[in-house]
Every structure is written in C-alpha cells, then in structure tokens.
Design a protein around this ligand. Sequence first.
Ligand SMILES: O=C(O)C(=O)Cc1ccccc1
Length: 274
Amino acid sequence: MRICYLGPQGTFSEKALLIYTKDIKKCDIEEVSSIPDIISRLSSNACDEAIVPIENSIEGSVNVTLDMLINDAEDLMIKGEIIIPISHCLIACDFIDLSNIRYIISHPQALAQCRQFIKENIPQARLITAESTAKAVLEAKYKGTAAAIGNERSAEIYGMKILTRDIQDVKENYTRFIVLSHKDSEITGNDKTSLVFSVSNTPGSLYKVLGVFADENINMTKIESRPSRRKFGEYVFWVDIEGHRCDNHIVTVLNKLNGKTDFLKILGSYPKFK
Ligand SMILES: O=C(O)C(=O)Cc1ccccc1
C-alpha cells in the first residue's frame, strides 16, 4: 500500500500519518508538495490512500480540502480521521533573533493561528505563505533573514534553532486530518459519516433537512456552508453526523434526505478518532 501526505518530512500531516500507520505492517510513504496534488495523485491511482488536513480548532475548515472533495474528487471517499494537538514554534537560523526577522514564512493556517503572537512580538515582519510548515522551515534556512512557523521535529530535521515555543494564540489547538481512499471503512459501531448537499433557495429548506436528523435522533458534529461556485449566493452544506451509512437508522435518514435535497453526496463513513 502507498500513502501520500503533505510533505516534506516534519509537517503536522506527517505526525498524523505516523499515528495512522503505526499498526499498518507494510506501506510506502510518499511526500507530496500541495493538497491539490495529493488529491489528484489519489484520483489517478498513483497512490492508494492520502492524508490531508480538514479543520482546525482555532481557524476552522481548510477550504481547499473541502472544496476539492465537494467539486473535484468524484470517486474519493473518507475512510478515517486523526485529530492531533498542534503546538507551533518560531524557527530560524542560529544568527537570528526576534529583532532581525524580516519575513515570517508558514502555511496559511499556521500564520493565522499565530496572528496575535506575530503582531505583538514581530510587528516588522512581512508574512510569506508556504505550501507546508516544514517547507517553510526549509525556505527560512535558505533565506536567512526569515523565521518559519512549524513544529519541533521540523526544526530538528533541518538543523534550525527554536526561538519560541507554543506561539499559537489559543494554547489548546487541534487539527483534524482525514484519510482519503477509493473506499470508505466498514461499520465499527462507533462511526461518523460525512455528506454534502444543496437545498432549494426557498423558506425552510435547510430546516427541513436538519429536521430529518433531529427526528431520527442523529447527532451532527459539524456543519459548514461553502459557495456552490455556480451562482453567487448559492451554497452547499457539508455535514458530519454520528453513525455509519450502513446503519439502519442512517439508511432511513439518507433515503429521506433524497427527497429534500437538490444534490446529495455521501463522502464516506469511518471510525471516530479515539
Ligand atoms: O503544513 C503542515 O505542517 C500541515 O500539515 C498543514 C497544517 C498547517 C498548520 C496546522 C496544521 C496543519
């Protein structure tokens, strides 16, 4: 089996990957440099599974992941989730201190999670985005006058100094990653299901869909709206619910949703992360 993740080594995605693969006997690991590339590699069968970030407890959803799953990745399904704590470090070359940092480089989610720290401690720095936090550490290494935001392991791997630890604006910071494949997971009895749907632009249409979950006593763990990309002011809804799509009560719900939605796509069922 071949699994790809957002590389290079030392990303938070790699941490999630190591948790996911700890019980898998044999797998090839491939680092890929962006989320769209990961999804297209999986779609073209260049790998069997992929791990991508989907949401963060401070910053919310990773829109590129949501949008590609809603609009592009026709045949992909979610087969797992991994939730990890995120602690960000300010990382730079040996000769750098807070006063001579000219640029701060990181993944947009990491820059956003440390906004307050940057404003208070390094107001002179210009922000530069990178495709991953570990890539940012490498870029800071070659730029010299820059610092990167990343994790402890990335500083170690690339021989860089940690200037400050735990710099995220909210100390309790978690990111949820999903495992994508061509097939979702079997029932375990403690599962979740992700789906996307759209409703007509008429009074009560979303309320009626949510009413189906309420009537069947189904707990919703996430709801997010994204622009439909077809018409301004039109949205699709991403919903996570507790239960597996093959559980009897979820089958009932999905049948009822068919009559109340304009479009419905089941993204997959998978065990809840413990
Ligand atoms: O860039 C990384 O390390 C990633 O895995 C994406 C990411 C960025 C910031 C917080 C969590 C995940």
